[in-house]
Ligand binder design. Sequence first.
Ligand code: KIV
Ligand code: ZN
Length: 504
Amino acid sequence: MNIRIFDTTLRDGEQSPGVSLSPEKKLNIAKKLDQLGVDAIETGFPVISDGEKEGVKLIVGEGLKAELCGLARTNKKDIDAAVDCGLNYIHTFIATSDIHLEHKLKMTRDEALEKAIEAVEYGKSRGLQVEFSAEDATRTDREFLKKVFGAVANAGADRIDIPDTVGYSTPQYIGEITKDAIEVSKLPISVHCHNDFGLAVANAISGVQAGASCAHVTINGIGERAGNASLEEFVMALHSLEFENKWETNINTKLIYETSRYISKLAGMSVQPNKAIVGENAFGHESGIHTHGVLNNPLTYEPISPEIVGRTRWLQVGKHAGIHGMNAMLKEYGIEPNEDQTKQILDKVKALGDQGKQVTEVELLSMANEVIGENKLKRIVQLAGFSVSTGVGTMPYAFVKLNVDGQEFSATDYGVGPVDAALNAIQKITSQVTDEVRLKEYKLDSISGGANALCEVTVKVEDARGNIISSKSVGEDIVTTSVQAMVDGINRIMLKTLLKEKKI
Ligand code: KIV
Ligand code: ZN
């Protein structure tokens, strides 16, 4: 059975504290969601501002495949605002729990019921598809909830949504009220689950098991407070886990990671490293036992292949490291130590790990170089020259020249400072020669005191496949050292990709 994915990243997701999207950003996100294959997009809450209306109108004008919906309270002004934006589908809601009725709406149950019926009738009279939500449904008196759902169905609603507004439901309870809703309304049911107790995805799945045909979700699970059920977790659980029924969605799962990164960047909300499916560590392995298992057969420690969601696995060494994992990592850079050299490198890795230090790729490569005695790392990208200009009253500016596999490329760019300008110019060049490589993290440390102190720059760069590598450079000049670290990082990530694809 196909489960409908209603994405509310642009509405509930945008209600995350600190997130505010311009109309253009909203349009770009809507296009990404459409490519991903969501069935419906909640474009926004049109009545709240002129900018919101503009964003919704831009999306409506784009001719996307997904159904487009707008949020409206149960009043004519909100519904008219959605119609004015060109929408033909509304998601209208009113709270039905006593706590909301008494302390927020100052209404009786009957008054709220009346408003719900009126809004559905008005929406239908304006030719709209109407989805009705009983806000705080899971804390609403169960008999009253049934009465509301039955009444809005009689009033002509096309769909009913069950919001678990404060993430208060258990999987069992949302299953029960989903069955109630189906019984009294005979309409398609959606579930809209918040994550206050970390149960959003489990609750959404339980709703589906009880007969709901749609879930409201957001990319990266962003949304009010602890967020909403995350699209990537919900979809991948439906596709991958064993249930009595077989569920499918229209999501192109290979685009999940790319979409997650895109939304994280535009919304300015980073994803926690241990987040399922899209977190940095979701397909990373450190301990010797795990890396050994994964190298023999990835299914030993991965429930799904990272490629399914557009990612690649990565290995890291530390005090738990084993020979297999460490050598597999070195091989990614074309380094193949003999048995004795392997032992020496591993001893160094463990000694550093025992001091409580993380052994990054940078350290591993430099340890390997120390042991093997020569720099084995092939150079694809080399710095051919650069200059920067900065000062008061002028925008910092950089010119960079790189040699990529024997061919010279140059670019100029601006930035908030000379380092930023130079790194932007480098990324401009690399975008011409390879898939997007972006700077993920930048760290500057001063090694000794004084104005002529040595500085140490560590960068983490990431490519479109989710390969992340770090690189470090030490020098006297901050800009030169930063440029060197970035170029080294890009060299490593390209080398890794080319070796993996057996292109060198
Ligand atoms: O969580 C919620 O109750 C909502 C409503 C607007 C449906 O987002
Ligand atoms: Zn919500």
